[in-house]
Design a protein around this ligand. Structure first.
Ligand code: SF4
Ligand code: SF4
Length: 382
């Protein structure tokens, strides 16, 4: 069996020239960009925008990485576009806030349509037989994924695989949380999405990553690396080893290997460039235990509410803005002003909560984090 290749290049700055050199070096190690892209092809770059914010907050793929990859694709003679469907709002607005619109303008490339999409069937999938995919992706010849290295409460890690979730337009994304409340089913859906889209190449911005309460409200943490691979599972597994997170804990790893998307086993991955061991950050703040399965029928609400992790609001940080209430995808809402008093923070009803963490992901104040109930803490020590 051929091993999956993952290239690691050290880069400790977002200086454009340094990033350009680092991206070129990483692609050279993989055999050159010409292995993945042909002149004249329509290629869409997919950065991680989530909710557009200043690049210094490290929520989004940095414009320096975006520009370096864009320049090289243009140098190959590709017709380059870019896009992402954020968690809230239209793509263009969020791209502007992430300074990716300005980067795109400097490259002279256009925003593709990620706000609307078309239905596509996927007969070879593990679970989901049909997706609505953004027009910008369907109208391209290939996609180059530009994920950001960050923590995530649902999948534990967001990187090359989860980045493609933004190829589903708008609020259709949140419907997958409702349809697939079990984290392992949700992860299988992400894998199916990837086997449908098949990114040509993934280049991860891990120069300054995000630890703790990611993917939006964590802390920036210097990891000083860029990672390159055509195998999104191997790329994520390698990034996880660097932040001392076992790839087995990441929910997309096992279904990703089962679906033939890639491998997370170290013995099947050829690491090029830097060695992993000297880069490992043992105190990187991440949840290092696998999520508990919690789909209906597999666990009663009684047990779920006393053992499973759940979102919790820090009242001191909450500004009562209501974003969490609007973004909660279940009906009736699992976070709301149940007393009707909107001058106070909303509260959660955990019986209704599917632990999708849309509220945590979108809270603009970072007021929602993941907590484990007391019984859950005791249980995990047994
Ligand atoms: S989104 Fe955050 S700040 Fe806004 S109401 Fe919810 S918890 Fe409070
Ligand atoms: S309360 Fe939060 S975690 Fe629970 S279902 Fe609503 S958005 Fe998801």
């Amino acid at each position: 069996m051929n091993k999956s290749k993952v290239a690691i290049i050290k880069c400790d700055t977002y200086d454009e020239e340094d990033v350009q050199r680092a991206v070129e070096a990483g692609l050279d190690l993989l055999g050159g960009l010409s292995l993945f892209v042909k002149p004249g092809e329509r290629i869409v770059m997919k950065p991680n925008v989530l909710i557009g914010s200043n690049p210094e907050k490290c929520v989004t793929t940095h414009p320096a990485v975006f520009k370096a990859v864009g320049r090289l694709l243009q140098g190959m003679g590709a017709n380059v576009y870019y896009g992402d469907s954020p968690s809230i709002g239209m793509a263009g607005f969020n791209m502007k806030r992430a300074r990716l619109k300005q980067a795109g303008d400097e490259l002279g490339i256009e925003l593709a349509d990620f706000d609307k999409g078309r239905a596509v069937s996927h007969n070879d999938s593990l679970l989901i037989k049909s997706f609505v995919i953004a027009n910008g992706v369907l109208d391209s010849d290939g996609l180059v994924s530009l994920p950001k290295l960050k923590t995530h409460p649902l999948t534990r890690f967001t990187g090359a695989v989860k980045n493609q979730f933004g190829c589903i337009p708008g609020l259709l994304k949140s419907q997958y949380h409702v349809k697939l409340p079990d984290p392992y089913d949700f992860a299988t859906m992400l894998v199916d999405l990837n086997t449908l889209i098949r990114p040509r190449l993934c280049i991860m911005d891990g120069i300054i990553a995000m630890e703790g309460n990611g993917p939006r409200s964590g802390k920036p943490r210097k990891v000083n690396i860029l990672l390159f691979s055509s195998d999104p599972i191997a790329l994520d597994a390698t990034a996880c080893r660097i932040i001392d997170l076992a790839p087995e804990v990441v929910t997309t790893s096992a279904p990703g290997e089962k679906a033939g998307l890639g491998t997370y086993h170290a013995e099947n991955i050829e690491v090029l460039g830097e060695k992993i061991e000297p880069l490992i950050i043992h105190d990187f703040d991440a949840i290092r235990r696998a999520p508990t399965t919690r789909s209906a029928g597999r666990m009663s609400n009684f047990i779920k509410n006393r053992i499973c992790e759940r979102p919790a609001i820090d009242k001191a940080k909450c500004t009562n803005c209501g974003t969490c209430v609007r973004m909660c995808p279940v009906e009736p809402k699992a976070v709301d002003w149940y007393t009707g008093d909107e001058s106070k923070p909303p509260t959660h009803k955990y019986d209704r909560c599917i632990r999708c963490y849309c509220c945590q992901e979108t809270c603009p104040e970072g007021a929602i984090s993941v907590e484990k109930p007391l019984l859950g803490k005791i249980y995990s020590r047994i």
